[in-house]
Design a protein. Structure first.
Length: 86
């Protein structure tokens, strides 16, 4: 697991504080398994923006279905050559 993936997993775990039995993978479904509605995804996006110093377009948040979608979106927003993405 790379540094960026660890940071995304950490943010998702913090957002899913209500799930004590959380076994998080890239295939974990935000709505079905974590019970994230749109508000929870917006909060997750804000958490990631602040922790990674990036900007995530609002239009992307509604497209997140899995943790892999979140990670892919975050990777696209990182500046080229950013050490967080390696």
């Amino acid at each position: 697991m790379d540094v960026l993936q660890e940071k995304v997993f950490e943010a998702v775990r913090k957002q899913a504080w209500h799930r004590r039995d959380l076994a998080l993978t890239l295939a974990t479904k935000l709505a079905d398994e974590l019970e994230f509605d749109l508000l929870a995804r917006v909060q997750l996006g804000i958490r990631l923006e602040y922790s990674l110093r990036i900007e995530i377009p609002d239009t992307q948040l509604g497209q997140w279905r899995t943790v892999a979608d979140v990670l892919a979106c975050v990777r696209r927003q990182l500046p080229t050559g950013s050490p967080t993405g390696t």
